[in-house]
Design a protein around this ligand. Structure first.
Ligand code: MN
Length: 224
């Protein structure tokens, strides 16, 4: 099954009061073209769909049209998780109804990571949908002290039973660093990125593909 991984669409973003909506429409149309040409069957969107908690009406219209083209036009399945820029409640609108048409939206963690199982000629394919969470969003599910994002993911993953005989994909929108392998190098990277929100890459070892957010580097800060 061929899939495309997107993230951080940030629909409705403005730079110096200049709207990017026309450029974003152009970009999404290009993506639709690629999906059609490459015969993509699944589209994963790993968070930050919108740029703001309250998206503008033109942003909502653009996403609506993009999803309509994907699902009704190109007949692909779409999996969306919320990022740190999205409103969980607003992005979740209609999600139960849309699933009948192949649009899966997950904006909450409810004690287990949402899993959607698909099947193709190679067997079962599990898609885990892990929306962006802060430690405070998950602590009610664990009888342990959760001091950091890393703690939160340690317990979230310990609570999962990933069947490695099947294929497993996860969507996530956390800040992930590789601390397990080169701790010295990682220490400096942690300082650069900002530290406390990082989680270690090793929690994702059991997945065949991890669909993450994107980062862009500016002179001093990571843009989120
Ligand atoms: Mn982002």
């Amino acid at each position: 099954m061929k899939f495309m991984h997107l993230a951080d669409l940030h629909i409705g973003k403005t730079i110096l009061e200049q709207s990017l909506i026309e450029d974003q429409e152009y970009m999404l149309n290009q993506i639709l073209k690629i999906i059609e040409e490459e015969k993509v069957e699944i589209v994963l969107i790993a968070g930050d769909i919108y740029d703001r908690i309250v998206p503008s009406s033109e942003s909502v219209e653009l996403l609506d049209s993009f999803l309509n083209n994907l699902i009704k036009g190109l007949k692909v399945k779409v999996f969306i998780i919320s990022g740190n820029h999205d409103s969980k409640e607003r992005l979740n609108f209609g999600s139960k109804i849309f699933e009948n048409d192949g649009l899966y939206i997950q904006t909450t963690y409810d004690g287990k990571i949402r899993k959607v199982q698909l099947e193709d000629e190679f067997g079962k394919l599990n898609i885990y949908m892990m929306p962006f969470v802060k430690p405070v969003d998950v602590k009610q599910y664990f009888k342990k002290e959760i001091k950091s994002y890393d703690d939160a993911f340690k317990y979230i993953m310990e609570n999962e039973n990933i069947n490695q005989k099947e294929r497993n994909i996860i969507l996530a929108h956390q800040f992930i660093t590789n601390c397990g392998i080169e701790p010295e190098q990682c220490e400096s990277e942690t300082l650069i990125i900002g530290g406390t929100e990082n989680i270690d890459v090793s929690y994702f070892d059991k997945f065949d593909y991890v669909a993450l957010r994107t980062y862009t580097w500016t002179s001093k800060n990571w843009k989120r």
